[in-house]
Design a protein around this ligand. Structure first.
Ligand code: UDP
Ligand code: MG
Length: 319
């Protein structure tokens, strides 16, 4: 089979409700591009009819390809599976829930080809459809991330983007256990552009990103990119030492003046402060040690159980 010029990677986790809508909007856009394409639907271990529906739809839409992961491995791992298996000269990653309008793909491709860009970010211009809480937490996330990777990361750029083959190959070479593409993509420093779009409401189904997963993504993002949080221990220690020096003078003066210090309050504050800051530092250290542990185990982030292109059996993809 000829290699398609464009790949569209769509991670899907329990997306049966939105699939028919997605196909009816995506297909006309892709058919209208006037080039060969493949749609890589990555079923991230869905427990509903997602995979069965994609298989059925393939009968009418041969460009649709099903890559099925054996178990739910998470959004970023599903993206990895799709990226690693995509074949196009350009690869677009897009969510299944139609929050990212498929029509924008044409614009991204046009821009990439006209200006020879390796990355075209989809940037959310208007997030009015998101809840206030989601917008506030997202804002905080981007501020933090831009401090870490610098201004190359456009604020509001999510996982809707176009990548060139060269860029996908570069990403493949990274031995990351938990790749966070939002950071890795700008970090590689390829020429990039952006297309602004309006983030729509999820067309059907429910969000697969509860607060706990958002916190995980933030922790992963920070820890996979910087060791700066480890310095917290040094700062806390320095502040503690300074406070200790001041308190020592006060306590010693009082002692030699023969005053008995009623120390219950101050003593318990000191103990609580020290205990808490030590536990925080220990927890931070643990996070990094955990990454080292997983890094040494080097288990693949996902297992492909089925790929409709190759009809291959079980086969681990080592990132
Ligand atoms: N997703 C996935 N695996 C997961 C969670 C989510 O593949 O474990 C997919 C999901 O099907 C969707 C995309 O990741 O295509 C983004 O998820 P969602 O729209 O639920 O996140 P939100 O837009 O609410 O942040
Ligand atoms: Mg969504």
């Amino acid at each position: 089979m000829a290699v398609p010029r464009l790949s569209v990677v769509i991670p899907m986790y329990n997306e049966e409700a939105v699939l028919p809508l997605l196909v009816s909007r995506l297909r006309p856009v892709l058919d209208g591009l006037g080039r060969t394409y493949e749609v890589v639907a990555v079923d991230d271990g869905s427990r509903d009819a997602t995979a069965a529906m994609v298989t059925l739809m393939r009968a009418k839409w041969p460009e649709l390809r099903l890559v099925r992961l054996r178990r739910n491995s998470g959004h970023q791992a599903a993206l990895t599976a799709g990226l690693h298996r995509s074949r196009g000269d350009h690869v677009v990653t897009i969510d299944a829930d139609l929050q990212d309008p498929p029509e924008v793909i044409a614009e991204m491709l046009g821009l990439a080809e006209a200006q020879h860009l390796d990355i075209v970010y989809g940037v959310r211009g208007d997030r009015a459809s998101d809840t206030l809480f989601k917008r506030a937490t997202a804002d905080l996330y981007y501020r933090l991330m831009r401090r870490i990777v610098g201004n190359r990361m456009p604020p509001g750029a999510g996982d809707f983007r176009l990548l060139s083959r060269a860029m996908v190959d570069a990403l493949r070479q990274l031995p990351e256990q938990a790749p966070v593409y939002r950071l890795l993509v700008p970090w590689l420093g390829f020429p990039s552009g952006q297309v602004v779009y309006t983030r729509e409401k999820r067309a059907a189904g429910v969000s697969k990103y509860p607060l706990a997963k958002m916190i995980n993504l933030t922790v992963d993002s920070v820890i996979s990119f910087t060791a700066a949080p480890l310095r917290l221990g040094i700062w806390l220690g320095a502040i503690g030492a300074l406070a200790c020096a001041i308190a020592a003078v006060k306590v010693l003066v009082a002692y030699f003046q023969g005053a008995v210090v009623p120390g219950w309050t101050s003593l318990s504050l000191v103990v609580l402060f020290l205990g808490a800051s030590q536990l925080i530092c220990l927890g931070l250290l643990g996070e990094y040690v955990g990454r080292i542990y997983h890094g040494i185990q080097a288990r693949p982030g996902y297992f492909v159980g089925e790929d409709s292109l190759t009809e291959a059996g079980p086969e681990p993809d080592f990132p």
